[in-house]
Design a protein around this ligand. Structure first.
Ligand SMILES: O=C(O)CCC(=O)C(=O)O
Length: 428
């Protein structure tokens, strides 16, 4: 079944026996019930359901327009929900995934939370929900991102005082609770694929469990980074000849968000990433990111808050124990951007984490260091930042699209992220 096929259902003999007013009522009813009807369906099947409701009467389920309008990803591939649908969706999600799907999921979540308190409110909630366009929703979320860019910590470097945190930025929240959930499920699927040996070469590496402070599990995409001199005598840096899997689709959607929301500049679109999976007590030792990667680069935090420690001279006080002068908390859903002195003078590390944590580090390779078989990602070309002013003082009055003002919905959603769980049935 494809979308063409769903659209032409308005000519369906079943529908022809009903009056337009009856079809309108049916479509209204079904669109109110869609959060329930689409529960646990994959995003693609949810789209098919939306399309079908729309084919009954076009006035309803207009949220679906958002999926098409300025979609981050191409038109969904034809498919119906089968038992294999879920497992296949990870491989083909590039054709399906967009943040509009996630925004919809967030709405659904909010509604189901609300309705679980008051079963009589189903109709009222959905009917009263103000209709915001995708642009308006994105604008509100963009404006609610808090951006800290004035980190300061002075140390004496080469005999002179220097702000070693110059160039550090924290943006939060960039990914909502629903988006974090989606990303974590996606990472879980990537780990399953890694376990089944479905990735090339050194995409996946696991820590040596017997040694305290020996890291974390990683998944690398876009390039293979060698952390230390390997057994073939390769120095640390990008391995030119090593084959590796390309950046997974949902991570490309994340990258587009980072550029569009002014977190990374359009001159520095990441073309590689590392997923770090820290079990409780795991860590990353003090380091400065290799200059095979240009600046800035960034790390996105999930699952639990941890501190990143900075200092020009971080001390290793024992296996997995690090000491440094500044510790910066990284909230879940936040993005820490490293540039300038913070990336090039200060070392950083993550001391043993108090609870399971996942981070995704996005970096752009220096052109001369790209792997031999490097192919630019078509999905990551020509991304432009949204034309809104980030600095509140520079925002002209009335710059808000269609009169929508800042609200705190996202901050509430952000607070909810603290209770997110790693997919329940996974091994710890
Ligand atoms: O886990 C983090 O947030 C930091 C990861 C990091 O420093 C790295 O991947 O080089």
């Amino acid at each position: 079944m494809d979308h063409q096929c769903v659209r032409s259902e308005s000519d369906d003999p079943f529908l022809r026996i009903y009056e337009p007013s009856e079809l309108r009522t049916a479509a209204k009813f079904l669109s109110i019930w869609k959060p329930f009807l689409s529960k646990r369906l994959c995003s693609h099947c949810t789209l098919i359901l939306s399309d079908r409701i729309r084919s009954i009467h076009p006035e309803f389920d207009d949220e679906y327009d958002d999926h098409r309008e300025k979609n981050d990803m191409p038109e969904p591939a034809p498919q119906i929900c089968t038992s294999e649908c879920k497992s296949r969706s990870i491989e083909t999600s590039s054709q399906r995934m967009s943040w509009a799907d996630m925004a919809q999921e967030e709405d659904m979540e909010r509604e189901s939370n609300h309705n679980s308190c008051n079963p009589n409110s189903v109709v009222k909630t959905a009917a009263e929900k103000p209709k915001l366009s995708r642009e308006q929703r994105e604008y509100i979320r963009f404006m609610n991102v808090m951006r800290k860019k004035d980190f300061e910590f002075f140390e004496t470097v080469h005999g002179k005082p220097l702000n070693i945190l110059e160039g550090l930025q924290l943006h939060a929240p960039v990914f909502s609770a629903a988006e974090q959930k989606r990303i974590l499920n996606y990472v879980a699927s990537l780990l399953d694929m890694a376990q089944r040996g479905q990735f090339k070469g050194r995409t996946n590496s696991a820590p040596q469990k017997w040694m305290r402070g020996k890291g974390r599990q990683t998944l690398q995409f876009g390039c293979c980074y060698n952390y230390a001199m390997d057994e073939d005598g390769n120095p640390p840096g990008i391995l030119h000849e090593e084959e590796i899997d390309p950046i997974p689709d949902l991570f490309k959607v994340m990258i587009r968000r980072l550029i569009k929301w002014h977190v990374l500049p359009p001159t520095c679109v990441p073309d590689s990433c590392i997923v770090n999976i820290y079990e409780e007590g795991e860590c990353i030792p003090p380091h400065i990111d290799n200059h095979d990667f240009i600046r800035p680069f960034c790390t996105v935090s999930f699952l639990s808050e941890c501190k990143m420690v900075f200092g020009s001279n971080l001390k290793i006080v024992g296996p997995g124990e690090y000491d440094g002068p500044v510790a910066i908390p990284l909230p879940v859903g936040s993005v820490l951007v490293l540039n300038g002195n913070a990336a090039n003078v200060a070392k950083h590390c993550v001391p043993p984490v108090p609870a399971k944590r996942i981070s995704i580090t996005f970096r752009r390779m220096d052109v001369s260091k790209r792997p031999t078989r490097y192919v630019p990602e078509p999905d990551l070309q020509g991304i432009q930042p949204l034309a809104y002013e980030v600095d509140p003082e520079k925002r002209p009055n009335g710059s808000k699209p269609n009169g929508y003002d800042r609200n705190d919905k996202n901050l509430e959603a952000y607070e909810m992220t603290r209770s997110l769980q790693w997919p329940a049935n996974r091994e710890q």
